[in-house]
Design a protein around this ligand. Structure first.
Ligand code: AMP
Ligand code: GLY
Length: 423
């Protein structure tokens, strides 16, 4: 088989690495890819939002399956464009990717189908939002409706901050058209867990759990980022939590989408908060998490291409999804100054030390090839993943592996997975 992967980050690198292990695959392309993905795949210089060019490429190369890693093209309808041309593609259509593309939609869906989530109101009018805030309890959460690179969520401690938030999102349009509508939501407390799942329209199979660290600095200080590190499994995701979510969250979400005429095929990522009242949905994403995929996929035993195909064909009920009884930790190596401003273009040394290891992995997020060298080319540069018998071992291994790579302004958090000590 020939497989095309759409995307260019650490998530697409781990997808490509996993696809490369499939017995069914003999050629992988990635558009646009990155310097790490180039080890497994032929990288093609087409951007993820150039749907017609991508579809023409898939036709020309007789691609058997296209896998879309990123949210923007999914929400923009890449799957519809491919399907209209008779191309096989893994991911939700536009009318289903709205589960991630519109927070107002996802909140209304959860309300209608009684899926546990924080109380909320949606607003398209800033005056109405401001009036609502006058009577609200604080802290309170403001969310831009659309895609905002994970940055469209503001937690406001008081009325003044919330007023400034409405101004930023709806009037100054800090997140562009994502702020045409806004969700105002009750603030919840508890541990966060990410659960990724495969969905074929009817059947859902969840993967092992993970936890992300979104803030830039140790102790969850600093600004929100795309994710500074992950661990899997989450020791807080107990059998009881799993049983609750199976009954009230996972299948109900898939059934709700089908009932709305928006059959969902692809990945649903459940962002959960384990509150005192039980698990509640923080958000849905319509793709693998980044860097959740970097700890979940290295633990997956199945041939991922078989699972992708089962989702496309509607035969996921016949798949026995299995994960190793071990643990994994991913520490993101970033450029100092991320997520605000940082320098790039520094040579990266030591990548060859990971070659051939089945315990240490380095996934490229923001790298480029320049004059025969691999150089830093983004805020998040690499995700270093290590496995271990248990979480403590995996964490020790990951922090050892972090020392194998050097570049000039290397920055990382030192407390990824610290929460496991409290489990
Ligand atoms: P989201 O993009 O919706 O996952 O939000 C980003 C982050 O904001 C989450 O991972 C939480 O840490 C936080 N957050 C979102 N919604 C709430 C909420 N209702 N209560 C408390 N924290 C929240
Ligand atoms: N790690 C969070 C996300 O991928 O959205």
């Amino acid at each position: 088989m020939k497989v095309l992967i759409v995307g260019s980050g650490g998530r697409e690198h781990v997808i490509a690495w996993k696809v490369a292990q499939s017995k069914k695959v003999d050629k992988i392309y990635c558009a646009p890819g990155n310097a790490g993905i180039a080890e497994f795949a032929e990288c093609v210089d087409i951007k993820a939002m150039e749907f017609d060019k991508l579809a023409a490429f898939a036709k020309e190369k007789e691609i058997d399956l296209t896998v879309v890693g990123m949210d923007d093209p999914l929400v923009g309808g890449i799957v519809d464009v491919f399907e209209a041309q008779g191309l096989r593609v893994f991911g939700p259509r536009k009318n289903a990717a709205i589960l991630e593309g519109s927070k107002a939609f996802s909140k209304d869906l959860m309300k209608k189908y009684h899926i546990p989530t924080a109380g909320y109101e949606n607003f398209t009018d800033s005056e109405a939002a401001l009036a609502y805030l006058e009577k609200a309890k604080f802290p309170i959460v403001l969310k831009a409706d659309g895609l905002a690179l994970g940055k469209g969520v503001l937690i406001c401690q008081n009325l003044e901050e919330a007023r400034a938030g409405v101004q930023e999102i709806m009037l100054d349009k800090k997140f562009g058209s994502a702020g045409n509508e806004m969700v105002i939501e009750e603030f919840m407390t508890g541990r966060e867990v990410s659960v990724l799942s495969f969905v074929d329209g009817k059947t859902i199979k969840t993967m092992t759990s993970a936890q992300d660290h979104k803030r830039a600095m140790d102790g969850d200080q600093g600004l929100n980022t795309g994710g500074m590190g992950t661990f899997s499994p989450s020791p807080f995701y107990t059998e009881e939590v799993d049983a609750f979510c199976k009954k009230y969250v996972y299948q109900p979400t898939v059934d709700a989408m089908a009932a709305e005429g928006r059959e969902f095929k692809g990945i649903i990522f459940f962002g959960l908060m384990l509150t005192e009242e039980g698990p509640k949905v923080l958000e849905y994403n319509a793709r693998f998490g980044d860097p959740e995929a970097q700890v979940v996929l290295p633990r997956m035993k199945n041939d991922i291409v078989e699972v992708f195909e089962a989702c496309v064909d509607g035969t996921l009920d016949q798949v026995d999804l299995q994960f190793a009884d071990n643990a994994a930790v991913c520490v993101v190596l970033a450029s100092d100054g991320y997520p605000v401003s940082y320098e790039k273009g520094f040579p990266i040394h030591g990548l060859e030390k990971f070659k051939g290891s089945d315990q240490y992995f380095v996934f490229h997020a923001g790298t480029a090839s320049k004059d025969g060298e691999i150089v830093t080319n983004g805020g998040r540069v690499l995700g270093v993943t290590a496995t271990g018998e248990d979480l403590k071992q995996a964490r020790a291994n990951a922090y050892k592996a972090v020392e194998l790579v050097e570049f000039e302004n290397k920055y990382y958090r030192h407390d990824i997975g610290k929460a496991i000590d409290e489990a």
